[in-house]
Structure formats: C-alpha cells, structure tokens
Ligand binder design. Structure first.
Ligand code: URA
Ligand code: CA
Length: 431
C-alpha cells in the first residue's frame, strides 16, 4: 500500500492489479483508513486516467452483488440523474419510455439534503410498494415493461466505505472519484445501457458547466470502456425543474406532464432523455424517430395508461391519476407575494430546495422523517415578469407559521428591471 500511495503521489499511473489490491484489502479492513485517506488525497491532486477510473469502477462493482437482469427480455436502459431540485423526471420518464416497449427495470433511492428521491415521490401514491421481491420485479418488467424497486441489494459496498471516508477527508470533489462512485452503482444494478442526466448550476453537485462536462465525459468513457454504452445529457439546474417541489406535489406534476399539460422544461427534458433511452434500446433508428414516438404516446394517452398500470402493479391506488386530490394534502397553503415588479433573474435552486426541506419535504439527515404532502409550487420561472402584489409561489406546509421560510424564499428569488434571457435547458449531449 505504501508503494501505491507513493506512486500516485508522484503522479504515476496505477495498474489494474494495484487498484484491485487496494479495493479488495480495504473492504476486508486490511488497509487502514489513514493509508486509504492518503491515497484518496493523492488521487484528488493527481487525478486518474480513464483506464484507472474504469478499473476503480469495476473493482467497486466486484466488491458486492451485481444484479442479474438477464431474465428480462430486450435491452435494458437505465437512467441516472446526479440530483437536482424538483427533478420529477424519472416519474414521467419511466412510464413514458415503457409505453413504447422499452423495458425499464429501475432501482431507485431516497432523497437527501436539497435533492429529492424517486422512491419518496412514488410513496406519496397511497399504497405504492417499492419493497417487492426480485422475482416479482423481473416478472413485472417482462409483463408491463416497468417496475421500480428500492435498493436492497448489497451494491458496491466498497463505494459506501470510500464515500464515508471521502466525506471526512475533503476528497469528495474529485472527478475520477465521483465518476467511479456513480458508475459502480449503476453498473452493479444491472443495466445494459445508460443515460446520464448530469445537472449543472446552483442546485447541482457540479455548479460549473465546465466541471459538469468533465464529469459527464469521464462517466461516458468509463461506461463505454467496460461495455455499457453510455450517453450523458448536461442539463440546467440553476432554478428548480418544473413548478412543483415536494413528493405528492411532484406526482401531481408528473401526471399533468403525462397528460401533455406539464411544465415546458420538465416535458422537454423528459423527451430529450427519453429519446436517448429509446434509441439506445434500439427501438428506433434515430433519436428524432424516438422523440416522435414518445410525443405520440403522450398525445394518445398511452404513456398515462402505462403509469396507471405501473401504480396498480405495485399495489398503489391508480385512481389518483384521475383524482389527484386523493394524494395527501398539506394542512396550510400560503401565497408568497412579491413586494416589487420585475423580471425574474434567479430562483436559486439549492436554497429553494433547502426551504422545501425545512418544510419537511426532504431529509436533513439520512434518518430524518419526511412529510410527503408539503412543499412548494412555483407560479413563475426565470425570465417571467411578476407584478407587485402577485404570488410568486404557494407554500404547502404542516405548520401555520411560515414567516422564516417566506424570508428565505424572498431572498432567493431575485428580480431585475431588465428583460432576462433564459439559460438553455440542455447544454450538451456527450456520446
Ligand atoms: N454521488 C455519488 O454517488 N458519488 C459521489 O462520489 C458523488 C455523488
Ligand atoms: Ca418539479
């Protein structure tokens, strides 16, 4: 281990057997944290080549279970988002893509901090069960092209150990380490191909688009070099996605989107990511054709029907689709009134996400209990004009007193007199 640390410290390239040695022995507690910390810091400063990052990824994959989806017919394409605020994409995308005949076998996680998780959102549907057996999961995907399951398997345990160590040694923010961490979990969960939604902006892990692009390129190259065709879409997370932030509120927004009446940014991102998925699954011979297919299934109601079937298959109440009022509702609704007139220049995603978390929509710590009904619904987005006295958003809360939340929100919705040009939603697609 000493020699490996020294080698990386001096900027040399580690061999695959050296990386395998480190991961295997670290997981078996034969390498102490102080040596592993030193190696992580050396990687932080000296970086890793794609070959090294791919070797690290596979070493972490091999440290635990790898889900076998071979019993599912067809090409399985998974989608992963690096995390955002009000990111309702998966809820729309999963039934939409499944409705054109692409199998979607999704393993999802819960939210932490200002970013939400798909499992929490699905659990806002009364009765919805994500704790299904692997057999049932595979059966449902074969029959209905769609199932979502919680992460119960022991996926990439090396990543869990390393992530905890990185968290306390100031080595989280290293592109090869982030890329191999994310890719190890995705590869272990069994997909054949992968579409990554790499967010950039104030609400994202990678604030700066240049870093986001570097991370996206690294993940795409790792995926492709280990035989998992991977595409990354770099998308904007300066302001929250869509209008709704909060679990039940986002389910409602997803239903509207599947009815072709959703927010334009959420709809566009779903069509963009979805067409990459359908094309990667070899359902169409071009991205454009895939996009038309998806648009058609929103217009003809097939995507919505698929969502209904999916809810029913996992013991949820499918009538919430026609009667969204059946979703749990917060006790209080309060409008946030704008004191001035102007164009909206900024709706700071991470701060808005934190405000939603303070209401109870998200977890401060892993063991925090969340409230599925609370959250925020924006009425304006960046670039819109607001008149003094108009409502900027509605606060859905459990407590009557929302003074503090109002102050935080007002400080993070910035107005200007000049017309504001919106940032692009999609920056780039990396193949
Ligand atoms: N998300 C991950 O899963 N891993 C990282 O290292 C950073 C973000
Ligand atoms: Ca949303």
């Amino acid at each position: 281990m000493y020699d490996i640390i020294e080698k990386k410290r001096d900027g040399k390239i580690l061999k695959e057997i050296e990386i395998n040695y480190v991961i295997k022995n670290y997981v078996e507690h034969k390498i102490p944290d102080y040596q592993m910390s030193a190696l992580l810091m050396a990687i932080y400063f000296k970086g890793m080549t794609i070959k090294e990052s791919a070797a690290l990824t596979m070493a972490m994959v091999n440290s635990g279970e790898r889900i076998n989806l071979e019993d599912i017919t067809g090409i399985k394409v998974d989608k992963h988002s690096t995390g955002g605020v009000g990111d309702t994409t998966t809820i729309v995308l999963a039934p939409l893509v499944a409705s054109v005949g692409v199998p979607v076998a999704k393993m999802s996680g819960r939210g932490l901090g200002h970013t939400g998780g798909t499992l929490d959102k699905l659990e806002a549907i009364p009765g919805f069960n994500i704790e299904i057996s692997n057999e049932k999961f595979i059966k449902l995907v074969n029959e209905a092209n769609l199932a979502v399951i919680g992460q119960t398997a022991n996926l990439a345990p090396a990543d869990k150990l390393l992530y905890s160590l990185r968290d306390v040694t100031a080595t989280v923010n290293s592109i090869p380490l982030i890329a191999s961490s994310i890719m190890s979990k995705k590869i272990a969960s069994g997909a054949d191909r992968l579409v990554l939604d790499v967010k950039t902006g104030k609400g994202a892990f990678m604030e700066n688009p240049i870093d986001a692009k570097q991370l996206a390129k690294t993940m795409v190259e790792i995926g492709n070099s280990v035989g998992i065709k991977t595409v990354a879409v770099i998308s904007n997370m300066e302001e929250p996605l869509g209008y709704a932030i909060g679990n039940a509120l986002e389910i409602k927004e997803a239903v509207l989107t599947l009815k072709d009446r959703g927010p334009s940014d959420l709809t566009e991102l779903c069509l963009n990511l979805g067409s990459q998925m359908v094309y990667l699954a070899e359902k169409t011979s071009s991205i454009e054709e895939a996009r038309e297919l998806l648009k058609e299934n929103i217009k003809n109601g097939k995507a919505l029907l698929k969502f209904k079937e999916f809810i029913k298959n996992q013991s949820g109440d499918p009538t919430v689709i026609d009667k969204p009022n059946k979703l749990s509702k917060a006790k209080y609704k309060t409008e946030l009134i704008s004191n001035e007139s102007g164009y909206i220049k900024e709706i700071t995603a991470n701060e808005i996400g934190k405000a939603a978390m303070m209401l109870g929509a998200g977890r401060e710590r892993k063991d925090s209990v969340i409230n599925l009904a609370v959250g925020l619904v924006l009425h304006k987005k960046v670039g819109d004009f607001v008149k003094a006295g108009e409502s900027l958003l509605t606060i859905h809360s459990e407590e009557e007193d929302v003074k503090l939340i109002k102050t935080i929100l007002l400080n993070n919705i910035i107005l200007t007199e000049e017309v504001v040009e919106k940032l692009p939603l999609i920056y780039e697609i990396i193949k």
